[in-house]
Design a protein around this ligand. Structure first.
Ligand SMILES: [Zn+2]
Length: 298
């Protein structure tokens, strides 16, 4: 009887451990499953797209806090991130990435070709060289297939900086590095249908207008809005096309930039989007399901 009781106790402990690990997301995903985490790293961007055994880290926030946040979402036995993307070389997106080298194995570093000559990328490119990580430059139309999901580069094309010459800007919306930051379209399909997200990095109203001009802008179920909710992004004509059900704002508490702008919140509500923001909701998780995404605080 004692043996049977001990066996039962160990079996229950084992099952509970597995259930807890699965519940808090530390287990590897099934091959057709996908999860998108918007990490809570203060004022900046850091997004983890997981599909089966593959992980993609899009930006790393402003400091080392990305490491503890990654620890919350990476499978505990997985020390490799297949793709690390630096959408543009601003500190609130790439400084945290420097610490990810060395802590995790990295398959490839991805940057937009339009900005590959920017000197601000140098520390990151040096880190990649030191750790033997290949660098891939990408342009609109390039695609990463992740099982039954895909990340497609929607913006920028190689001529992004040239297209800005001669355009008239309102002050505050004209930083060319923001305008030409890397925008992804994420598509996930399974037996229950397909859903789409747009990850806008720090793209501004100018980027949105040029994408509209190119006719490349799709509708999407979920939108990670551009530039932390800056009033110069997430314009009404853009939202009329995208019409997201859920909108994520990666923004830090008490930031000094006035993000997110009041007008942006009004515009999002006008198209019926539910608003999620890291400064209020903490870490946010989006899981493709049904005709869209199940979004929740983590
Ligand atoms: Zn930013």
């Amino acid at each position: 009887m004692t043996f049977f009781r001990n066996f039962l106790v160990f079996a229950v402990i084992g099952l509970v451990t597995v259930a807890v690990a699965y519940g808090i997301g530390l287990w590897r995903l099934a091959p057709d499953r996908s999860v998108v985490d918007f990490l809570d790293i203060g004022q900046g961007d850091a997004i983890v797209v997981r599909q089966g055994k593959t992980e993609v880290l899009i930006d790393g926030g402003p400091d080392r806090s990305v490491l503890s946040q990654l620890g919350r979402v990476m499978p505990f036995s997985d020390r490799k991130i297949e793709l690390v993307v630096a959408t543009h070389p601003h500190d609130d997106h790439i400084v945290g990435l420097l610490d990810v080298f060395g802590r995790y194995g990295i398959g490839e570093l991805v940057i937009p070709r339009a900005l590959s000559g920017e000197s601000a990328y140098r520390p990151l490119l040096e880190r990649a060289e030191r750790f033997g990580v290949p660098v891939r430059t990408v342009t609109s139309g390039d695609r990463f297939i992740l099982g039954n999901a895909a990340l497609t580069v929607l913006w920028p094309g190689d001529d992004c900086l040239d297209r800005l010459a001669g355009l008239e800007f309102e002050s505050g919306e004209h930083d060319p590095v923001n305008v030409c930051s890397l925008v992804f379209r994420y598509d996930h399909c399974d037996g229950n249908g397909c859903r789409r997200a747009l990850l806008m990095a720090d793209a501004t109203g100018i980027s949105e207008a040029l994408m509209l001009e190119d006719g490349t802008l799709p509708s999407a179920d979920l939108l990670k809005i551009g530039h932390h909710g800056s009033r110069f992004a997430t314009t009404a004509p853009f939202l009329e096309i995208v019409r997201p059900k859920d909108a994520i704002i990666q923004v830090g508490e008490k930031n000094t930039f006035g993000h997110p702008g009041h007008g942006v919140l009004l515009r999002l509500r006008h198209v019926g989007a539910e608003i999620w923001r890291n400064d209020r909701n903490g870490p946010i998780r989006a899981v493709p399901e049904g005709k869209g995404f199940g979004v929740e605080e983590r």
